[in-house]
Design a protein around this ligand. Structure first.
Ligand SMILES: Cc1cc2nc3c(=O)[nH]c(=O)nc-3n(C[C@H](O)[C@H](O)[C@H](O)COP(=O)(O)OP(=O)(O)OC[C@H]3O[C@@H](n4cnc5c(N)ncnc54)[C@H](O)[C@@H]3O)c2cc1C
Length: 438
């Protein structure tokens, strides 16, 4: 409940921050005389830039912003709201040009003033940002390449847009209004500086060393990190962190991974990583002693947020990692509330942590249900995909008093959510973690 109120408050703060600069501009200004369409176009332009500026806060991984919803939801919001802001910005010149066709000449960079061309270029750069984000994979852009371009383009576009707004010199006349927008721009730059400079410096003061790299089932490796000269990192079971391995903390090559170790041991952090792409394919060759930086903890895939009488976990493949952290933590806490784990994988041999899960059943009130897509001959357990009928066979009468955690490939998450809905589980009792929200 606490998180819900905090979340609602944050939405209010967002709307206030996005709209106040616009309203302040109107104070003491005669809005009559220029016509409705022109004022609307200008309003959309100011609103769009204000919303784009706030994106620096949304993507800055600030704990206060991400904690009520989870960082994945904040990233989805960032993506959706930037489309709205872009439409506002697109309508700004479109309405102006349609309502006053004589202004078409201002699009010619050879004759237009610099501030006008700055506005035109800003719009193209915003279009590039949106297009390259929506079609990153189709354009063949690697994640790091895209991230670098995205950051530079965002700063360039916002700077050009501010130049345009100040250059037009209509609503931003006077020290107060101009000062307000410059102050706003400074807070955006400060958010960026915090993320790119202050945070890496803080991380540099708390390095970690790779203690061991262990091969696991399912093409995965567990990295154990030990803090160098500090107490480690307090985290909640189910959370994740960004790891920068064998590089400077200022490097943009960092990857998010869930903690797989018990939250009762902040001095020993474990991450279990599946070989998938460029970076993760090399994880097995990381050697003990390698210096690593950890940016975290993040995420709201946490059973500690609410108290329930039991928990159901639904994991697919490497989606077991945050759930493993939860189970290990519960075991260390001697928490004996009833737990059920549905663990889906292609083959029994590929199920990461299979043996440890068997052992955990002795320390916890835990039932593990393996769901195998390609079962071996003579397999008598569950097979195929997790659905309502299958879950119904294992869930107890009191399942409405349980909380549900789903982590795995997107189709599995969708299937699990639909199945739980069929079983009458309220959606707010279902938490899910997506490994590909970017
Ligand atoms: C919250 C969260 C928790 C995760 N936990 C785990 C875990 O415990 N174990 C595990 O094996 N995997 C986990 N992942 C997935 C892991 O981050 C990606 O598999 C890894 O970053 C892929 O990098 P790559 O270069 O090997 O693959 P690529 O082939 O280069 O990338 C594959 C896809 O992974 C995503 N990705 C790549 N680099 C990054 C990055 N720096 N930041 C964010 N996304 C990126 C992009 O969507 C990309 O298209 C998690 C992801 C998230 C978001």
């Amino acid at each position: 409940m606490r998180y819900r109120y905090y979340g609602i408050l944050q939405i209010g703060v967002y709307l206030f921050l996005a709209m106040t600069p616009l309203l302040v501009l109107l104070t003491g200004h005669d809005v009559h005389g220029r016509g409705f369409w022109r004022e609307l176009a200008v309003g959309l332009g100011f609103g769009g830039v204000s919303m784009m500026g706030l994106q620096f806060f949304l993507t800055g991984r600030f704990q206060g912003i991400t904690s009520p919803y989870g960082i994945d939801v904040v990233y989805y919001f960032h993506r959706a709201i930037s489309l709205v802001a872009f439409v506002f910005l697109l309508f700004h010149p479109s309405i102006l040009l349609l309502s006053a066709p004589a202004t078409f000449g201002l699009l010619n960079p050879l004759s237009a003033p610099g501030w006008m061309t700055a506005g035109t270029i800003a719009l193209f750069v915003f279009a590039f940002i949106v297009g390259s984000s929506l079609f990153r994979l189709k354009l063949g852009l690697g994640y790091e390449q895209w991230r670098l371009l995205h950051g530079f383009a965002a700063v360039t576009a916002v700077a050009l847009a501010l130049w345009h707004m100040i250059g037009v010199n209509y609503y931003l006349q006077g020290y107060v209004k101009r000062g307000l927008w410059i102050a706003l721009a400074i807070t955006w730059v400060m958010a960026l500086l915090y993320v790119r400079l202050v945070k890496p410096l803080l991380m540099r003061s708390k390095p970690y060393t790779v203690e061991s790299v262990t091969k696991e089932r399912g093409k995965s490796w567990t990295l154990v990190l030990r803090p160098e000269g500090h107490g480690g990192m307090e985290f909640k079971p189910g959370q994740f962190a960004w790891l920068t391995i064998d590089r400077s903390p200022f490097s943009i090559r960092e990857h998010p991974f869930s903690f797989s170790s018990s939250a009762m041991h902040p001095e020993r952090l474990a991450f279990t990583i599946k070989e998938l792409g460029d970076f993760t394919a090399t994880i097995g060759s990381v050697t003990p002693g390698t210096r690593t930086y950890v940016d975290g903890p993040y995420g709201s895939f946490i059973p500690d947020r609410h108290t329930f009488s039991g928990y159901v976990f639904i994991a697919g493949g490497v989606g077991i990692t945050p759930i493993m952290s939860i189970l290990r933590t519960f075991a260390d806490r001697h928490d004996l509330r009833p737990l059920i784990l549905f663990y889906a994988g292609r083959q029994m041999e590929e199920l990461t942590f299979r043996e440890e899960l068997d052992r955990l059943q002795e320390r916890l009130t835990l039932r593990v249900v393996h769901v195998i897509n390609c079962p071996p001959a003579g397999w008598t357990g569950e097979q195929g995909y997790i659905d309502a009928e299958m879950m119904g066979r294992y869930l107890p009468e009191g399942r409405m008093a349980y909380e549900y955690f789903v982590c795995g490939p997107i189709p599995m998450q969708q299937g699990a959510r639909e199945a739980l809905e069929k079983l009458g589980v309220p959606p707010e009792q279902v938490q899910s973690e997506s490994f590909n929200f970017v």
